[in-house]
Design a protein around this ligand. Structure first.
Ligand code: DOR
Ligand code: ZN
Ligand code: ZN
Length: 352
């Protein structure tokens, strides 16, 4: 049976928890999970503790990733109330991340003047990524146009949001957007059954919301996992933190959608490779590819994943399409459940 070869995936939205919460994940385990999912480059979010918001915290994170990462990486800088004028011209900063709505960790910008300052001072050649739900989506689209800045809208999850993005794009707004596999495939009904394991931000929507995302796939620029691991103990506790892992399940779930005729293979590659590289203006890692068995059918199992958290909201789901081997810079980095790449072999992504 023929193997399928795809370009290595670029996941532009992950939380690898290093530094600050390495009991959930760290650069070594998170990037092992990435390779197992065919992902050869990740862009890590700034809601660490301490948050990644200045030269010092960026440099610290770069040191950790350089020692531990097994795939390539870049970082977002987190927007705060007082760092708008000091955007570090650090070569590893892929973009600015602004949290307009509540999330995990303290990073959040609610003041209009702070938002305006960030839009005014952020360099035009790098994107501003936004966690913007509901009305906040309209706010960032407006600011993108007023300040002539490129805005990337993270994890679009609602029908109204994707319709707004579509309208804005039709009018020529300089915006891009991503969706997650969980917002494409799970609904608020699943959230009820999953309990703490089904909680994330944005929360799961209705069936209609999910269908609107599928219906608007043509204007979606990327699929990103929003890999946000928390331990089982935390998820089963009284106040489960929001977030679900996804690095290892994104590609199998998308291949499954291809097998069921919901997505073309060409579109899958655009959403996981071409689009991500274009959004962030990064060069895709060289000689990076994934060999896939498109026929293999199996159940997703948290216990078999390499993420430190060891669970998935897609537990037991049958999928068709398995990652067999992954190559990065021509070297085999993953084969049949075994990560070959060493910690420290990953490199900073080159920003174009
Ligand atoms: O569910 C989420 N989890 N949404 C976010 O915005 C943050 C993330 C996390 O870091 O756990
Ligand atoms: Zn978010
Ligand atoms: Zn996130």
């Amino acid at each position: 049976m023929a193997t399928l070869e795809l370009p290595g995936l670029i996941d532009i939205h992950v939380h690898l928890r290093d530094p600050g919460a390495t009991h959930k994940e760290d650069f070594a385990t998170g990037t092992a999970a990435a390779l197992a999912g065919g992902v050869v480059a990740v862009v890590d979010m700034p809601n660490n503790s301490p948050p990644t918001v200045d030269e010092q915290t960026l440099r610290h994170k770069l040191g950790l990733a350089s020692q531990k990462a097994r795939c390539d990486f870049a970082f977002y800088l987190g927007a705060t109330a007082n760092n708008a004028t000091q955007a570090p011209a650090n070569g590893h900063v892929a973009g600015l991340k602004i949290y307009l709505d509540e999330t995990y960790g303290p990073l959040r910008v609610q003041s209009l003047s702070t938002l305006m300052a960030h839009f005014k001072y952020w360099p035009r050649n790098r994107p501003i990524a936004a966690h913007a739900e509901g009305l906040s989506t309209a706010v960032v689209i407006g600011l993108a146009q007023l300040y002539d800045r490129r805005v990337h809208i993270c994890h679009v999850s609602r029908k109204s949001e994707i319709e707004l993005v579509k309208q804005a794009k039709e009018r020529g707004a300089s915006i891009t957007c991503e969706v997650t596999p969980h917002h494409l495939l799970l609904t608020e009904k699943d959230a009820k059954e999953l309990g703490g394991y089904g909680q994330m931000k944005p929360s799961l929507g209705t069936l209609e919301d999910g269908e609107a995302l599928w219906a608007n796939l043509a204007i979606i620029d990327a699929v990103a996992s929003d890999h946000a691991p928390h331990t089982k103990e935390e998820k089963e506790g009284r106040t489960p933190p929001p977030g679900v892992p996804g690095l290892e399940t994104t590609l199998p779930l998308l291949l499954n959608a291809v097998a069921h005729g919901r997505l073309s293979l060409e579109r899958l590659v655009q959403l996981t490779h071409d689009g991500p590289a274009r959004i962030l203006g990064v060069r895709a890692p060289e000689a990076a590819s994934v060999e896939v068995d498109p026929e293999a059918t199996y159940a997703l199992r948290g216990a078999q994943l390499l993420t430190k958290c060891g669970w998935t909201p897609f537990e037991g789901m049958m999928v068709q399409g398995r990652v067999r081997r992954v190559y990065l810079r021509g070297a085999k980095v993953y084969e049949d459940g075994q990560v070959v790449a060493r910690p420290g072999s990953g490199r900073p992504l080159e920003l174009a």
